[in-house]
Design a protein around this ligand. Structure first.
Ligand SMILES: [Zn+2]
Length: 347
């Protein structure tokens, strides 16, 4: 299977034209030079924030007439991640060995180091781009340090902050940046991207249904056998459970899979959402083919309240998981809730 994969073509800015007004506005300001000094690129994981930031950096640093050309030395250096005027801050990867890194986060020392770089002459062409990946990983002092620079922009420097959780950034940082919020991609765009990555039709359809409009996520799960195995386990354990006597057996199996607890809760949430969107008529009933009969009933006739309660049960499990309650007890409670709902719809 793997050998049939072709190499996907390199992304270009016009790939983002499907983002509509966001793309049109951005291109206008990049082309006429009225771009601002800081952007906040947000949107769910795998939606294309990183790709967009690299393409913007290419555009801003390109030395050719028609930007970004993709072939000049500057464009190539940005693509390869070694352009001297493109500074990329990534959590856990300090820019200099002298800087104290924040392990998983972005420390104030790293931001101060970036600010000191920004104050120096550029190497080529007078422009500089600073990309801060997972910007929400900046701790409070780091965010405060960055704020000062955003308030008094350096001519020629453009900051691109990337995040899937803008709510974790100081409101003052958010308000200093122009928002570029990437939206879920339409189905046909996701399918095309999967095809481009050599994913077979059947798998592409399956991945499409669970990716939430994120191309990166779709590509990743299409190649992830563990993902599909776990989904099957979750379907088997939570959606076919028939009696209380199964609860102990199933919960003790999941007790040993605590490292997958995030993924399990995500799966459950996603499966409930699938039932709901079919109920709302936004997806075809064919999406339910893997669900046992009682759940298909629910998706045809259930009241919205039932879906909300199931979602809340998953959210509560997420909260309880971090508390004194054992993971196994959290799973038991969830199993009970799903079993109760299923029994209402069994004939
Ligand atoms: Zn170029």
């Amino acid at each position: 299977m793997a050998e049939t994969r072709n190499t996907p073509k390199a992304p270009v800015l016009s790939d983002f034209s499907g983002q509509g007004a966001l793309y049109d506005g951005l291109m206008r300001t990049l082309d006429d030079g009225t771009f601002v000094h800081a952007y906040l690129i947000s949107g769910m994981e795998g939606i294309g924030k990183r790709t967009l930031s690299r393409l913007m950096a290419q555009h801003l640093l390109c030395q050719a007439q028609h930007k970004p050309c993709g072939t000049c030395p500057s464009c190539i250096q940005v693509q390869e991640g070694n352009h001297p005027d493109a500074v990329i801050v990534t959590p856990g990867k300090p820019l200099s060995p002298d800087v104290k890194s924040g392990l998983q986060g972005i420390s104030v020392d790293e931001i101060r180091y970036v600010i000191s770089l920004v104050g120096q002459h550029t190497f080529i062409g007078g422009r500089r781009v600073v990309i801060i990946e997972r910007a929400e990983k900046m701790n409070q002092p780091a965010q405060n340090a960055l704020l000062k620079t955003l308030e008094e922009p350096m001519p020629g420097t453009v900051f691109l902050l990337l995040t899937d959780s803008p709510e974790l950034l100081l409101p003052t940082i958010v308000s200093r940046c122009r928002a570029l919020k990437l939206h879920p991609w339409p189905d046909e765009v996701v399918l095309k991207a999967l095809k481009n990555h050599g994913v077979e039709d059947d798998m592409a359809r399956k991945a499409l249904h669970v990716c939430g409009g994120s191309i990166g996520r779709a590509v990743a799960i299409a190649a992830d056998e563990r993902f599909w195995q776990r989904r099957q386990d979750v379907m088997q354990d939570f959606f076919t459970i028939g009696s209380r006597s199964d609860i102990l057996r199933i919960s003790s199996e999941w007790k040993d899979r605590k490292d997958e607890s995030d993924a399990l809760l995500d799966d459950l949430e996603d499966m409930v959402r699938t039932l709901l969107i079919v109920r709302l008529g936004r997806q075809e009933e064919s999406m339910l083919s893997g669900y046992p009969e009682p759940w298909q009933h629910l998706a045809r006739k259930g009241e919205l309240k039932a879906f909300i309660q199931l979602s809340e049960a998953v959210s509560e499990a997420r909260r309880l998981r971090g508390s004194q309650v054992t993971w196994q007890a959290v799973v038991e409670k969830l199993l009970l809730r799903f079993m109760e709902e299923k029994s209402k719809w069994s004939t």
